[in-house]
Ligand binder design. Structure first.
Ligand SMILES: NC(=O)c1ccc[n+]([C@@H]2O[C@H](COP(=O)([O-])OP(=O)(O)OC[C@H]3O[C@@H](n4cnc5c(N)ncnc54)[C@H](O)[C@@H]3O)[C@@H](O)[C@H]2O)c1
Ligand SMILES: [Zn+2]
Length: 364
């Protein structure tokens, strides 16, 4: 097992990564304050892992909330089901919420913990690659609004993160690839050596070699933890973690939540950011090709949905949380591993990037 620390002063917490962690009660129990615990999961994950999770909690007053599965349920309505459960049990401010699942469960549960009685403890047990490398770390929580992805939420850090890599064995290939998209993201943002490692080790990762998976999760979490420690509430450098996300969120919103997986949308979004960076003269043709190749080889989409239009992209991108005073801000790249926040790109080149990608998609 590897343990990393997210360094946030009094809100610091450990991330444990390894195999067999769901059989180690000593990892989770020290982080539970009081006796009331609610485990939040969904109807796909519960049959696989709920019993094992409950075994860790022997002796506590444990409640369970099982939500419907899917990004389309990452809503205020679903969030309310968690509050219903907590209030029916008369759980107090000393309760602890445990998120057992992927990013959707983590984001909903975290936001429930941030707002129930103005804030209670929570623990993340991420069970998708995407959640293990990204969403369980850093304290962003929330739900979607029909008009915008993750628009309702709060910053709320967990007490600890337990990433048991064994849980990834039941994940389907499409979900695994979606997680790989966020892993590749860290290489592109600020870790060129990791990008090189990924190019060399991608086949191992895709066939779930435990060593390769653990290494990729650890390195991704370390990269993310550093950025979060430097800028917890995203007033600056943390925005870099959104590489590909402004385009990607437009795809998720534009196609209706749940049609494209988050990681798939981000894959396409990262290539669009790379294309715009190339058109600006900041990214070389070789770097653009390497980016496209690694995404393709990860079985990820690189072209946007043909159901969307350029106007729709721009409309949705204009309500992104990174924007200041209505001007679109994007994460662009001056090379692999050299991303930066930009609002001085050429708007015509952005329009061109979207139009070119859409016409390539139409050509099939
Ligand atoms: N908070 C953050 O910082 C942050 C960062 C990145 C993404 N996100 C959010 O995370 C969400 C995407 O997360 P995700 O990709 O984990 O999707 P997800 O939570 O929908 O999980 C994907 C699918 O896999 C199933 N599943 C989960 N674990 C499984 C397992 N071990 N075995 C079999 N099936 C399993 C789920 O039930 C679901 O059907 C998006 O809503 C995105 O906005 C948040
Ligand atoms: Zn993401």
């Amino acid at each position: 097992m590897k343990t990393l620390n997210v360094d946030l002063g009094s809100r610091s917490y450990p991330i444990h990564i390894g195999t067999g962690l769901l059989d180690q009660p000593e990892l989770i129990r020290p982080h539970i304050k009081g006796s009331e615990v609610m485990v939040v999961t969904n109807d796909t994950i519960a049959p696989h892992y709920l019993d094992r999770c409950l075994q860790l909690l022997d002796g506590y007053d444990v409640a369970t909330t099982i939500l419907p599965d899917g990004e389309q349920y990452k809503t205020l309505g679903t969030l309310n089901l968690v509050f219903d459960g907590l209030l029916k049990k008369h759980f107090t401010r000393r309760c602890t919420l445990i998120a057992l699942g992927g990013g959707v469960i983590g984001d909903i549960t975290g936001f429930a913990a941030a707002s129930y009685q103005r804030g209670v403890n929570f623990i993340q047990i991420p069970t998708t690659l995407l959640a293990q490398v990204d969403s369980s770390v850093g304290g962003k929580t929330g739900v979607n609004h029909p008009l915008g992805k993750n628009m309702i939420g709060a910053f709320h850090q967990p007490q600890c993160v337990i990433a048991d890599t064994d849980t990834l064995n039941t994940l389907d290939d499409r979900q695994l690839s979606a997680g790989v998209a966020e892993v590749i993201k860290y290489g592109l943002i600020n870790d060129a050596d990791f990008f090189d490692w990924l190019e060399a080790n991608l086949p191992k990762l895709l066939c779930r070699d435990p060593g390769a998976l653990s290494y990729a999760i650890e390195r991704s979490c370390r990269d993310k933890a550093e950025v979060v420690a430097a800028d917890e509430k995203e007033s600056g450098v943390r925005a870099l973690l959104n590489l590909g996300h402004t385009f990607g969120h437009a795809i998720e919103t534009g196609t209706g939540y749940g049609t494209w997986l988050h990681g798939e949308a981000i894959s396409c979004g990262m290539l669009m950011a790379a294309e715009l960076s190339y058109k600006q003269g900041w990214f070389t043709e070789d770097e653009l090709k390497r980016t496209e190749d690694i995404l393709r080889l990860s079985n990820l989409p690189t072209l946007p949905p043909t159901s969307m239009t350029r106007e729709q992209f721009i409309d949705i991108m204009s309500v992104d949380k990174k924007n200041l005073e209505k001007k679109i801000r994007l994460i662009l790249m001056k090379g692999i591993g050299e991303s930066f926040i930009s609002d001085d790109f050429d708007q015509t080149l952005l329009d061109e990037t979207i139009s070119d990608s859409l016409s390539k998609a139409h050509q099939g």
